[in-house]
Design a protein around this ligand. Structure first.
Ligand code: BG6
Length: 490
């Protein structure tokens, strides 16, 4: 409905990033390593690999689902490129970058705090003051421009030491270590930050685990999730105690699933996909207890959860204030073998003939965003935020330095229109932070050439580049969108 104001007056427009994908400075000022620092660059046809040295001193590599061999330790190896080490050097350029966000009129900036910048191994009793100082400077810089920080406490970056020595999140010992980290964030940044997300795309652990993996993988994955649910709930409680003004959300990787055919078996399978992939995590974090179908999911893979009465109490008492999610694509699923495949954030589904696909095989589906918003609001009845949405694309820099990214403008226009329709239909939507407002290192492939930004960064996959920032056409377009509170999308 043109001309009619759809978004709230205080709607938060902005962009979203993650520490490991922008900061660089991976070993500067006392920061400890994270898994992303031993993960190489790759491309659309080749997966990223993780490097290590085995117990006999020989170099080795792993893919995402493989396990570190007994006695081995993660390590950077000669001859590989680790794109997260430098990323786009936000650690040193944050003032310039925030000034550009302010020029676009950002109301909010989503970023994450690198756990190993505050606690290099995760075990220290006291936080690294240099790390605290860095984030405080960033928050103060945002404040100068009245940009609200939206802070993810964990965005895929557990300190490497905890991954290697404690076996990552399947180990309950990570719960108190995370709570210590979260408490430090709430205490140190009180008054500077009021919007928090506990775990980024928490559902990935189970949603992207292929069905044919051995049961032991499911045992670990469900326990991993349970430990994160408890850690999240404890953090929510502490966050509210430290500052009742804090608004704390869950963060789900939102994929709209469709049955590929009208075969009732596909309809049923699709419902199970929603339960397992999307609702399982949202239900626990929003309602504070496991849903009725959880037992069925565990039984499918003979999972026995280590869950205590104390855990159940924490879950009940630590429900989130906000439901936030990323949305890039929909996915069609089927029980029929052999239908053409499509890619997704680390998962594969069936190609939908009604949709177009990006160069990375991700479906372009704004209607899917409207569907997701309405479905989720109906289920949880609490404020929603779209905290990631965007298109990774190859950008061409013209001779005069300009970048005409009309495909990106079109992508955003259509998704904002979809959000408008959902708001018109009663959804309480509070924020929209596009993914990668400035080009950054892609999470799935480690590429720079998969560009998301309104701001171009002169940095390339072979590690070269001046790191110079420049404005794409979409920069000016988004500025107009924000200035008109989403009304001017032309
Ligand atoms: C989400 C993550 O899965 O998708 C981000 O939260 C990630 O960290 C984003 O960057 C886009 O994926 P990719 O692989 O294109 O960077």
């Amino acid at each position: 409905m043109k001309g009619q104001i759809m978004f709230r007056k205080d709607f938060l427009w902005g962009g979203a990033t993650a520490a490991n994908q922008i900061e660089g400075a991976w070993n500067v000022d006392g920061r400890g390593p994270a898994l992303t620092d031993v993960t190489t660059g790759a491309d659309v046809d080749h997966p990223r690999i993780i490097t290590y040295i085995d117990k006999d001193g020989n170099p080795g590599t792993l893919t995402r689902l493989e396990k570190l061999p007994e006695g081995a330790h993660y390590a950077c190896l000669d001859g590989y490129l680790y794109p997260n080490h430098e990323a786009i050097d936000f650690y040193h350029t944050y003032k310039e970058d925030i000034a550009l966000f302010a020029e676009m009129g950002f109301k909010v900036f989503r970023m994450s705090i690198s756990w190993s910048r505050l606690y290099p191994t995760g075990l220290e009793e006291e936080p690294n003051q240099k790390g605290i100082e860095f984030y405080r400077n960033v928050f103060n810089e945002l404040k100068k421009y009245n940009i609200e920080p939206l802070v993810t406490i964990w965005h895929f970056d557990t300190p490497l030491y905890l991954e290697e020595k404690l076996g990552d999140w399947k180990n309950r010992e990570l719960i108190p270590l995370f709570v210590k980290f979260a408490k430090t964030c709430f205490t140190e940044f009180k008054g500077l930050v009021k919007y928090w997300l506990t775990f980024n795309e928490i559902n990935n652990t189970i949603n992207f685990l292929p069905e044919d993996m051995p049961d032991s993988y499911f045992q670990d994955a469900y326990q991993h999730l349970h430990n994160q649910f408890v850690a999240s709930a404890k953090a929510v409680k502490i966050g509210h105690e430290i500052d009742p003004e804090n608004k704390i959300g869950c963060m789900i990787c939102g994929i709209t699933y469709y049955p590929h055919t009208d075969d009732p078996k596909d309809i049923l399978y699709n419902r199970y996909r929603w339960e397992k992939g999307i609702f399982y995590c949202g239900d626990v974090q929003c309602f504070g207890y496991y849903p009725t179908y959880a037992e069925k999911l565990w039984k499918e893979h003979n999972v026995v959860l280590d869950i205590t009465e104390e855990d159940r109490k924490d879950l009940r008492e630590g429900t989130v204030d906000l439901y936030t999610f990323s949305y890039y694509m929909s996915m069609s699923v089927t029980t029929h073998k052999g239908d053409a495949e499509a890619s997704g954030n680390m998962v594969r589904g069936t190609r939908n003939e009604h949709l177009q696909y990006s160069d990375w095989g991700w479906a372009f589906d704004p209607d899917g965003l409207q569907y997701y918003l309405e479905m989720i609001y109906d289920r949880y009845e609490r404020p929603l935020m779209v905290v990631e949405n965007g298109i990774g694309a190859y950008d061409k820099v013209e001779e005069d330095g300009s970048i005409h990214d009309d495909y990106r403008i079109d992508y955003f226009r259509r998704h904002i229109e979809a959000m408008k329709k959902a708001v018109e239909n009663g959804v309480d939507l509070r924020a929209y932070t596009t993914w990668g407002p400035i080009d950054l290192v892609a999470a799935s492939t480690g590429e720079m050439r998969k560009r998301y930004g309104f701001i171009y960064v002169d940095k390339h996959d072979d590690g070269t580049g001046t790191q110079k920032r420049s404005r794409k056409d979409s920069f000016y377009w988004y500025k107009k969108v924000i200035a008109s509170n989403g009304e001017d999308l032309d």
